[in-house]
Design a protein. Structure first.
Ligand code: UTP
Length: 293
Protein backbone atom coordinates (compact mmCIF):
# COMPACT_ATOMS: atom_id res chain seq x y z
CA UNK A 1 0.00 0.00 0.00
CA UNK A 2 1.37 3.46 -0.84
CA UNK A 3 1.68 6.18 1.76
CA UNK A 4 -1.20 8.17 0.29
CA UNK A 5 -3.52 5.15 0.55
CA UNK A 6 -2.80 5.06 4.30
CA UNK A 7 -3.79 8.68 4.74
CA UNK A 8 -7.12 9.46 6.34
CA UNK A 9 -9.30 11.39 3.86
CA UNK A 10 -10.46 14.95 4.63
CA UNK A 11 -14.14 14.44 5.42
CA UNK A 12 -14.85 17.23 7.88
CA UNK A 13 -14.61 20.99 7.64
CA UNK A 14 -14.87 23.64 10.34
CA UNK A 15 -16.37 27.02 9.45
CA UNK A 16 -15.68 29.54 12.22
CA UNK A 17 -18.57 32.01 11.99
CA UNK A 18 -18.76 33.36 15.53
CA UNK A 19 -16.92 36.65 14.95
CA UNK A 20 -18.69 39.95 15.56
CA UNK A 21 -18.18 41.40 12.07
CA UNK A 22 -17.58 44.88 13.50
CA UNK A 23 -16.13 46.23 10.24
CA UNK A 24 -19.54 45.90 8.61
CA UNK A 25 -21.66 47.54 11.30
CA UNK A 26 -24.45 48.48 11.27
CA UNK A 27 -25.19 45.94 8.47
CA UNK A 28 -24.06 43.10 10.73
CA UNK A 29 -25.96 44.13 13.85
CA UNK A 30 -28.79 41.62 13.23
CA UNK A 31 -27.43 39.70 10.20
CA UNK A 32 -24.28 37.56 10.37
CA UNK A 33 -21.42 38.83 8.21
CA UNK A 34 -21.30 35.40 6.57
CA UNK A 35 -24.86 35.95 5.24
CA UNK A 36 -23.97 39.13 3.34
CA UNK A 37 -24.60 38.28 -0.30
CA UNK A 38 -22.13 38.64 -3.13
CA UNK A 39 -24.76 39.06 -5.87
CA UNK A 40 -27.23 36.29 -5.03
CA UNK A 41 -25.32 33.92 -2.76
CA UNK A 42 -24.27 34.59 0.84
CA UNK A 43 -20.55 34.35 1.61
CA UNK A 44 -21.05 31.11 3.54
CA UNK A 45 -22.60 29.50 0.46
CA UNK A 46 -19.45 30.10 -1.62
CA UNK A 47 -17.37 28.42 1.12
CA UNK A 48 -19.75 25.46 1.43
CA UNK A 49 -19.80 24.99 -2.37
CA UNK A 50 -15.99 24.94 -2.35
CA UNK A 51 -16.00 22.37 0.47
CA UNK A 52 -18.40 20.05 -1.30
CA UNK A 53 -16.41 20.27 -4.52
CA UNK A 54 -13.39 19.09 -2.50
CA UNK A 55 -15.27 16.02 -1.23
CA UNK A 56 -16.00 17.31 2.29
CA UNK A 57 -18.98 15.51 3.82
CA UNK A 58 -19.52 16.99 7.26
CA UNK A 59 -19.87 20.73 7.85
CA UNK A 60 -19.14 22.01 11.36
CA UNK A 61 -20.23 25.59 12.00
CA UNK A 62 -18.78 27.32 15.04
CA UNK A 63 -21.50 29.84 15.74
CA UNK A 64 -22.33 32.50 18.31
CA UNK A 65 -25.30 34.65 19.25
CA UNK A 66 -27.25 36.10 16.32
CA UNK A 67 -25.98 33.51 13.82
CA UNK A 68 -29.08 31.34 13.44
CA UNK A 69 -29.71 32.64 9.89
CA UNK A 70 -26.65 30.63 8.75
CA UNK A 71 -28.13 27.36 9.97
CA UNK A 72 -31.59 28.24 8.58
CA UNK A 73 -30.02 28.92 5.19
CA UNK A 74 -28.98 25.26 5.01
CA UNK A 75 -32.31 23.94 6.31
CA UNK A 76 -35.37 22.99 4.28
CA UNK A 77 -37.74 25.96 3.86
CA UNK A 78 -40.98 24.01 3.69
CA UNK A 79 -43.37 26.94 3.06
CA UNK A 80 -41.13 28.49 0.44
CA UNK A 81 -40.66 25.20 -1.39
CA UNK A 82 -44.36 24.32 -1.32
CA UNK A 83 -45.33 27.77 -2.59
CA UNK A 84 -42.70 27.72 -5.33
CA UNK A 85 -43.71 24.21 -6.42
CA UNK A 86 -47.37 25.33 -6.49
CA UNK A 87 -46.36 28.12 -8.87
CA UNK A 88 -44.38 25.70 -11.06
CA UNK A 89 -41.14 27.43 -10.18
CA UNK A 90 -37.95 25.36 -10.35
CA UNK A 91 -36.42 24.48 -6.97
CA UNK A 92 -33.01 23.95 -8.56
CA UNK A 93 -31.80 27.31 -7.30
CA UNK A 94 -32.08 25.96 -3.73
CA UNK A 95 -30.00 22.84 -4.44
CA UNK A 96 -26.71 24.26 -3.03
CA UNK A 97 -28.46 24.84 0.32
CA UNK A 98 -29.38 21.17 0.77
CA UNK A 99 -27.14 19.24 3.13
CA UNK A 100 -27.42 15.49 3.74
CA UNK A 101 -29.31 14.87 7.00
CA UNK A 102 -26.84 14.61 9.85
CA UNK A 103 -24.01 16.29 7.97
CA UNK A 104 -24.44 19.77 9.42
CA UNK A 105 -23.27 20.20 12.99
CA UNK A 106 -23.12 23.39 15.01
CA UNK A 107 -21.09 24.12 18.10
CA UNK A 108 -21.20 27.32 20.06
CA UNK A 109 -18.34 29.66 20.82
CA UNK A 110 -19.87 31.52 23.76
CA UNK A 111 -17.31 34.34 23.71
CA UNK A 112 -15.34 35.32 20.56
CA UNK A 113 -11.87 34.84 22.05
CA UNK A 114 -10.17 34.48 18.67
CA UNK A 115 -9.94 32.20 15.64
CA UNK A 116 -7.81 29.61 17.48
CA UNK A 117 -10.39 29.39 20.23
CA UNK A 118 -13.22 29.03 17.69
CA UNK A 119 -11.47 26.04 16.09
CA UNK A 120 -10.81 24.48 19.50
CA UNK A 121 -14.55 24.68 20.24
CA UNK A 122 -15.05 22.06 17.48
CA UNK A 123 -12.59 19.53 18.98
CA UNK A 124 -15.16 16.92 20.05
CA UNK A 125 -16.80 16.85 16.61
CA UNK A 126 -13.50 16.81 14.70
CA UNK A 127 -12.25 13.89 16.82
CA UNK A 128 -9.14 12.04 15.74
CA UNK A 129 -8.94 12.87 12.04
CA UNK A 130 -7.43 15.55 9.83
CA UNK A 131 -9.87 18.31 8.93
CA UNK A 132 -10.28 21.38 6.78
CA UNK A 133 -10.92 24.96 7.90
CA UNK A 134 -12.66 27.63 5.83
CA UNK A 135 -12.79 31.32 6.74
CA UNK A 136 -15.93 32.26 4.79
CA UNK A 137 -15.12 35.96 4.56
CA UNK A 138 -12.17 35.08 2.34
CA UNK A 139 -13.76 34.36 -0.98
CA UNK A 140 -11.54 32.09 -3.07
CA UNK A 141 -12.44 31.76 -6.73
CA UNK A 142 -10.57 29.16 -8.76
CA UNK A 143 -11.07 26.22 -11.02
CA UNK A 144 -10.66 23.78 -9.38
CA UNK A 145 -11.50 25.54 -6.12
CA UNK A 146 -8.90 26.31 -3.50
CA UNK A 147 -9.74 23.40 -1.17
CA UNK A 148 -9.76 20.92 -4.04
CA UNK A 149 -6.25 22.10 -4.97
CA UNK A 150 -5.25 21.63 -1.33
CA UNK A 151 -6.76 18.15 -1.02
CA UNK A 152 -4.84 17.10 -4.14
CA UNK A 153 -1.63 18.38 -2.53
CA UNK A 154 -2.55 16.68 0.76
CA UNK A 155 -2.88 13.37 -1.05
CA UNK A 156 0.78 13.81 -2.09
CA UNK A 157 2.40 15.07 1.11
CA UNK A 158 -0.03 14.63 4.03
CA UNK A 159 0.55 16.52 7.28
CA UNK A 160 -0.59 20.12 7.63
CA UNK A 161 -1.28 22.43 4.71
CA UNK A 162 -2.16 26.09 4.41
CA UNK A 163 -3.11 28.03 1.34
CA UNK A 164 -0.88 31.02 0.53
CA UNK A 165 -0.84 33.89 -1.93
CA UNK A 166 1.85 36.31 -3.07
CA UNK A 167 1.20 39.96 -2.21
CA UNK A 168 3.23 43.15 -2.83
CA UNK A 169 5.88 43.57 -0.08
CA UNK A 170 4.29 46.72 1.34
CA UNK A 171 1.14 44.73 2.21
CA UNK A 172 2.69 41.90 4.25
CA UNK A 173 2.28 43.61 7.63
CA UNK A 174 -1.51 43.14 7.50
CA UNK A 175 -1.30 39.34 7.28
CA UNK A 176 0.16 36.10 8.60
CA UNK A 177 3.32 35.37 6.59
CA UNK A 178 5.27 32.14 6.05
CA UNK A 179 9.01 31.57 6.32
CA UNK A 180 9.49 29.38 3.25
CA UNK A 181 11.74 26.33 2.88
CA UNK A 182 12.17 24.19 -0.22
CA UNK A 183 9.67 24.80 -3.03
CA UNK A 184 8.39 22.34 -5.62
CA UNK A 185 5.84 23.79 -8.04
CA UNK A 186 2.89 25.11 -6.04
CA UNK A 187 4.10 23.36 -2.86
CA UNK A 188 6.44 25.13 -0.44
CA UNK A 189 7.78 23.74 2.81
CA UNK A 190 6.82 25.95 5.77
CA UNK A 191 9.67 26.67 8.20
CA UNK A 192 7.90 29.28 10.30
CA UNK A 193 4.83 31.50 10.57
CA UNK A 194 4.72 35.13 11.67
CA UNK A 195 1.53 37.09 12.37
CA UNK A 196 1.56 40.66 10.97
CA UNK A 197 5.35 41.21 10.69
CA UNK A 198 6.94 44.60 10.01
CA UNK A 199 7.70 44.93 6.30
CA UNK A 200 11.49 44.78 6.83
CA UNK A 201 11.21 41.73 9.12
CA UNK A 202 8.83 39.68 6.96
CA UNK A 203 10.40 36.32 5.96
CA UNK A 204 8.55 36.35 2.59
CA UNK A 205 5.65 37.94 0.76
CA UNK A 206 3.61 34.72 0.91
CA UNK A 207 0.56 35.38 3.06
CA UNK A 208 -1.70 32.82 4.71
CA UNK A 209 -5.16 32.88 3.18
CA UNK A 210 -8.27 31.44 4.79
CA UNK A 211 -8.01 27.73 3.97
CA UNK A 212 -6.26 25.06 6.04
CA UNK A 213 -5.92 21.30 6.32
CA UNK A 214 -4.74 20.43 9.81
CA UNK A 215 -3.99 17.32 11.80
CA UNK A 216 -6.13 16.78 14.91
CA UNK A 217 -3.09 17.34 17.18
CA UNK A 218 -3.59 21.10 16.70
CA UNK A 219 -6.47 20.82 19.16
CA UNK A 220 -4.04 19.72 21.89
CA UNK A 221 -1.85 22.75 21.15
CA UNK A 222 -4.88 25.06 21.26
CA UNK A 223 -5.86 23.53 24.60
CA UNK A 224 -3.28 25.74 26.34
CA UNK A 225 -5.44 28.77 25.38
CA UNK A 226 -2.44 31.09 25.10
CA UNK A 227 -3.28 34.58 23.90
CA UNK A 228 -1.34 36.13 21.03
CA UNK A 229 -1.63 39.23 18.82
CA UNK A 230 -4.56 41.48 19.78
CA UNK A 231 -5.13 39.49 23.01
CA UNK A 232 -6.83 36.75 20.95
CA UNK A 233 -6.15 33.01 20.88
CA UNK A 234 -4.51 32.79 17.47
CA UNK A 235 -4.60 29.79 15.13
CA UNK A 236 -1.32 30.95 13.55
CA UNK A 237 0.49 30.60 16.91
CA UNK A 238 -0.80 27.04 17.38
CA UNK A 239 0.21 26.08 13.83
CA UNK A 240 3.66 27.59 14.33
CA UNK A 241 4.17 25.25 17.29
CA UNK A 242 3.47 22.22 15.10
CA UNK A 243 6.21 23.04 12.59
CA UNK A 244 9.06 20.58 13.09
CA UNK A 245 6.74 18.12 14.84
CA UNK A 246 4.74 17.27 11.70
CA UNK A 247 5.14 17.94 7.95
CA UNK A 248 3.94 21.46 7.12
CA UNK A 249 3.44 22.80 3.59
CA UNK A 250 1.94 25.81 1.87
CA UNK A 251 0.02 25.52 -1.39
CA UNK A 252 0.13 28.60 -3.61
CA UNK A 253 -3.47 29.02 -4.68
CA UNK A 254 -3.98 29.27 -8.43
CA UNK A 255 -6.96 31.58 -8.44
CA UNK A 256 -8.29 34.83 -6.99
CA UNK A 257 -8.81 35.76 -3.35
CA UNK A 258 -11.15 38.51 -2.23
CA UNK A 259 -11.06 39.75 1.35
CA UNK A 260 -14.77 40.12 1.97
CA UNK A 261 -14.11 40.95 5.63
CA UNK A 262 -13.23 44.45 4.38
CA UNK A 263 -15.57 46.79 2.54
CA UNK A 264 -13.25 47.40 -0.40
CA UNK A 265 -12.62 43.68 -0.81
CA UNK A 266 -16.35 43.04 -0.73
CA UNK A 267 -17.03 45.60 -3.48
CA UNK A 268 -14.16 44.17 -5.53
CA UNK A 269 -15.55 40.62 -5.18
CA UNK A 270 -19.03 41.72 -6.20
CA UNK A 271 -17.80 43.52 -9.28
CA UNK A 272 -15.32 40.82 -10.30
CA UNK A 273 -17.83 37.99 -9.94
CA UNK A 274 -20.54 39.96 -11.77
CA UNK A 275 -18.10 40.53 -14.64
CA UNK A 276 -17.47 36.77 -14.81
CA UNK A 277 -21.13 35.77 -14.86
CA UNK A 278 -22.63 35.09 -18.25
CA UNK A 279 -26.07 36.25 -17.14
CA UNK A 280 -24.90 39.74 -16.19
CA UNK A 281 -21.36 40.48 -17.49
CA UNK A 282 -22.39 42.62 -20.49
CA UNK A 283 -24.78 44.81 -18.54
CA UNK A 284 -22.39 45.23 -15.61
CA UNK A 285 -19.50 46.17 -17.93
CA UNK A 286 -21.66 48.80 -19.65
CA UNK A 287 -22.82 50.09 -16.27
CA UNK A 288 -19.26 50.32 -14.90
CA UNK A 289 -18.13 52.23 -17.99
CA UNK A 290 -21.06 54.63 -17.60
CA UNK A 291 -20.30 55.20 -13.91
CA UNK A 292 -16.60 55.80 -14.60
CA UNK A 293 -17.55 58.38 -17.22
P1 UTP B 1 -12.31 38.16 11.54
O1 UTP B 1 -11.52 38.86 12.55
O2 UTP B 1 -12.08 38.48 10.11
O3 UTP B 1 -13.88 38.33 11.77
O4 UTP B 1 -12.19 36.60 11.79
P2 UTP B 1 -14.73 39.22 12.74
O5 UTP B 1 -14.11 39.30 14.08
O6 UTP B 1 -16.11 38.67 12.64
O7 UTP B 1 -14.74 40.63 11.95
P3 UTP B 1 -14.38 42.12 12.38
O8 UTP B 1 -12.89 42.20 12.34
O9 UTP B 1 -14.99 42.38 13.73
O10 UTP B 1 -15.05 42.92 11.29
C1 UTP B 1 -12.03 35.64 10.75
C2 UTP B 1 -13.05 34.52 10.88
O11 UTP B 1 -12.98 33.91 12.16
C3 UTP B 1 -14.22 33.92 12.81
C4 UTP B 1 -15.03 35.02 12.15
O12 UTP B 1 -16.42 34.75 12.21
C5 UTP B 1 -14.49 35.00 10.72
O13 UTP B 1 -15.16 34.04 9.92
N1 UTP B 1 -14.01 34.13 14.26
C6 UTP B 1 -13.14 35.08 14.68
C7 UTP B 1 -14.69 33.34 15.16
O14 UTP B 1 -15.49 32.45 14.79
N2 UTP B 1 -14.47 33.54 16.49
C8 UTP B 1 -13.61 34.48 16.95
O15 UTP B 1 -13.45 34.60 18.18
C9 UTP B 1 -12.93 35.27 16.01
Amino acid sequence: MTQSQNRKPIRKAVFPVAGLGTRFLPATKAIPKEMLPVIDRPLIQYAVDEAREAGIEQLIFVTGRGKTAIVEHFDMAFELETTMAGRDKSLEVLEPTRIQPGNLVTVRQQVPLGLGHAIWCARAIVGDEPFAIFLPDELMIGSPGCMKQMVEAYNEVGGNLISVLEVPEDEVSSYGVIAPGKANGALTEVKGLVEKPKREEAPSNLIISGRYILQPEVMRVLESQEKGAGGEIQLTDAMARMIGEQPFHAVTFAGKRYDCGSKIGFVEATLAIALEREDMADEVRAMAQRLLG
